[in-house]
Ligand binder design. Structure first.
Ligand code: F6R
Length: 257
């Protein structure tokens, strides 16, 4: 794992956006895997600014988002599709036909997962997967469990995850759907490169376990240790429990150490 630690979340977001913009310059038709949640908000703001000043061109890019809630449509304020429309898709020159999303309203959710997994393969796989990490170590909506499912699938959300997502549901965790569709750990690990962002002290414990801990389905992020091109962009709070020296190949950068 390659780890970079930043003094501020703004520095971290700039570095993440720069990674995406550089990929698009090198490979205009790149396939991006995207995440929602609080963590990438500033990264998407940076990408909007990069686009506005001509430093990022999405016109040939393809996107696949990690996950979506079951039972709400794309206009619902809590849907990840709406989040992405507002934070990125409506603001940059992405071709609508190349935006891919799981449909949590599909009548056959199993078939919807199969369709999505195939669509990723048909587009040649994901070049760069952006990830956040849940305070319980989940990645996408691959929650800690006895077993992890490799491909895109239907998941029951943990209560902590529903609480963490309550803001877009009137602050009421009971209104957060119980289920979601998510790329599987195998889907995520097949991405050619992974960029995991983590900010804040709530993430420090799972970041420490993801970097040093045993591979365990109880901490899905620990499986990132098996990937050959994972970069962790952390702020100081999220990196607080990492020990010097950092794993081989890591750099302390940004305006960080
Ligand atoms: C979102 C996703 C989740 C979040 C994670 C962290 O698409 O897949 O795994 O990345 O729950 O959420 P925040 O960033 O809100 O702390």
């Amino acid at each position: 794992m390659h780890i970079r630690i930043f003094d501020t979340s703004d520095d971290l977001a700039r570095a993440a956006a720069q990674r995406v913009a550089e990929l698009l310059q090198r490979t205009p038709n790149a396939v991006l895997g995207l995440a929602t949640g609080r963590t990438p908000l500033e990264t998407y703001a940076e990408l909007r600014r990069s686009y506005a000043r001509g430093a990022a061109d999405f016109s040939h890019a393809t996107t696949f988002n990690l996950d979506e809630f079951v039972g709400i449509d794309r206009t619902h304020p809590g849907s990840f599709r709406r989040y992405m429309d507002m934070k990125l898709f409506d603001e940059v020159n992405l071709d609508l036909s190349r935006i891919h999303f799981l449909d949590g309203m599909a009548s056959d959710l199993g078939a919807e997962c199969v369709r999505y997994e195939r669509a990723i393969e048909d587009r040649g796989g994901i070049d760069l997967q952006l990830l956040g990490i849940g305070a319980n170590g989940h990645i996408g909506f691959n929650e800690p469990a006895d077993e992890l499912i490799a491909s895109t699938h239907r998941v029951m959300l943990h209560e902590t995850t529903r609480r963490d997502n309550a803001a877009q549901f009137g602050g009421d965790p009971t209104r957060v759907p119980h289920e979601a569709l998510s790329m599987g750990m195998g889907t995520i690990l097949k991405a050619r490169a992974v960029l995991l962002l983590a900010m804040g002290s709530r993430k420090a414990h799972c970041v420490e376990r993801a970097v040093y801990g045993p591979l365990t389905t109880r901490l899905p992020a620990s499986f990132l240790q098996t990937h050959r091109a994972v970069e962790l962009l952390l702020d100081r709070q999220a990196a607080a429990l990492l020990r010097e020296p950092l794993p081989t190949g890591s750099v302390s950068s940004g305006s960080g150490r």
